[in-house]
Design a protein around this ligand. Structure first.
Ligand code: FO1
Length: 323
């Protein structure tokens, strides 16, 4: 008799795409069965505050508090502090609203009292009534650094300088994750990755969202050891990213901006790739790269469609159906 695989799911997550996927997943799985392991390479300090954009995007989305227009920040936000900062000549390029600022103040204060990022993340998630397990991939600092392609010999810049200040409009020569070699997985990360019935790689940027998660020592090995029950959802549809610079970055970093290119990046640690109907003709190329292709609707236009995508992803990985 084949033992039923546990209903638990661990999701490797970046920002907006992952948050929408998780919202769908939580319609079909109990929160107690879901662990989100979130990128911290985008984290940075501004105005002396610890900001964790991907953790916050996931938190606000799952709490139905996300700004629906931007996909980041709070719904119903006000901007009095930022406006005053601008008047003072302070830094107002990164749009921190008043409600959002309260969260960064809380996180920074708790960190200064000695709480780890994972502890504060749990406290914030609980304050929003979230019942899933939300974990930063590491409590240690990991900083995504971008080297622009132009001009030749350009100096490395911070991720948010690339993403927000330059609106990811500059070509990328290379990406690295400062601090990752010595970063330890946060408490609970390796347990979740090894015990989950299914691991899902959310439809997030392979380089700057999934990269800083998968490259934490021991995370990749843990996934490789169970790759047949690791399923990835392609962030690339029809040769481009749904949102953000993933497609352009693939091209700039020398990879084919297609589901086949994604399969080549993920094949070592994930057995299945969920791709959109728009890419059905590339299914053989995905198989050629070593991943089992599963074709479905991957556009998460609303939470119901995200739930259908989550169902398809779990079924693709052979998970037992729980509703
Ligand atoms: N993205 C922007 O494009 N412009 C912003 O001003 C901005 C502010 C911001 C504030 C809080 C937060 O949690 C996220 C914010 N983001 C902003 C999004 C964020 O920088 C990126 O989406 C992620 O880092 C990439 O996943």
């Amino acid at each position: 008799m084949i033992a039923a695989r546990p209903a638990t799911v661990a999701v490797l997550a970046g920002g907006v795409g992952a948050a929408r996927f998780l919202r769908g997943l939580l319609r079909i799985r109990r929160p107690a069965d879901v662990t989100a392991i979130v990128n911290v390479g985008d984290d940075f300090t501004l105005h002396g505050l610890n900001i964790s954009p991907d953790l916050d995007t996931v938190t606000y989305t799952l709490a139905e508090q996300i700004n629906p227009e931007t996909g980041w920040g709070r719904a119903g936000e006000t901007w009095r502090v930022l406006t005053e900062l601008g008047r003072l000549g302070g830094q107002d390029w990164f749009k921190l609203g008043d409600l959002d600022l309260a969260l960064h103040l809380f996180r920074t204060q708790r960190r200064s009292e000695g709480a780890s990022l994972s502890q504060v993340t749990g406290e914030i998630a609980a304050s929003f009534g979230l019942e899933l397990t939300l974990l930063p991939v590491s409590d240690d600092p990991i900083a995504t650094r971008i080297t622009p392609a132009e001009p030749d010999g350009a100096a490395e810049i911070d991720f948010q300088d690339y993403f927000v200040a330059h609106q990811h409009g500059i070509a990328v020569r290379s990406v690295r994750f400062a601090g990752i070699e010595s970063a330890q997985p946060a408490p609970g990360v390796l347990d979740a990755l090894s015990s989950a019935g299914t691991v899902v790689v959310a439809p997030s940027n392979p380089f700057v969202s999934i990269g800083p998660v998968i490259d934490v020592p021991q995370v990749r090995e843990t996934l490789c050891s169970r790759r047949d029950s690791v399923v990835a959802v392609s962030p690339i549809v029809g040769g481009a990213s749904i949102k953000g610079p993933a497609g352009a970055m693939m091209r700039e970093l020398g990879h084919e901006p297609s589901v086949a290119g994604v399969a080549r990046l993920y094949a070592a640690f994930a057995g299945t790739l969920v791709i959109d109907h728009a890419d059905a003709e590339l299914a053989p190329a995905v198989a050629q790269a070593g991943m089992t292709p599963v074709v479905t609707d991957t556009i998460m236009a609303d939470p119901d469609r995200a739930a259908r995508l989550a169902t398809a992803a779990l079924e693709a990985a052979g998970a037992r159906n729980i509703t």
